[in-house]
Design a protein. Sequence first.
Length: 131
Amino acid sequence: SQSRYMQWIGQPDIRDLSRFLTESVLSAEEELYARVRFWQMGNDPRRGRSNQQPLAPEEIINLQQIADLLEMKNDYRLLLAEVYRQLGNTEKSIHILESQEFSKKENRLAEFVLRLARAGDTRLQAISKLI
């Protein structure tokens, strides 16, 4: 049951999620979900700031784990390109973005991420106006 994973009351923080990822046996889908949530939580303090802190070592490891999980899938290619961009692997990001066909809905976002990757920009960027 889902409740066996819930070891806290209220919203977990990034430390709770890190411990959860370390101590739990998860399916690939569950792990991907938890790791993306960890990524989002790590990005929260950076949102809207021009002076962003670099990724912490555990955030880099988490993004690398997300990339490994996504490499095994044929979908989520836009997410994979964004992971690689934030990791600083802009060549892989560009390759994914230039070699994939994206839906009309995804195309604006793909073009935005491609511009950032080509510029070598690895910072967190607001995308809410693009989706």
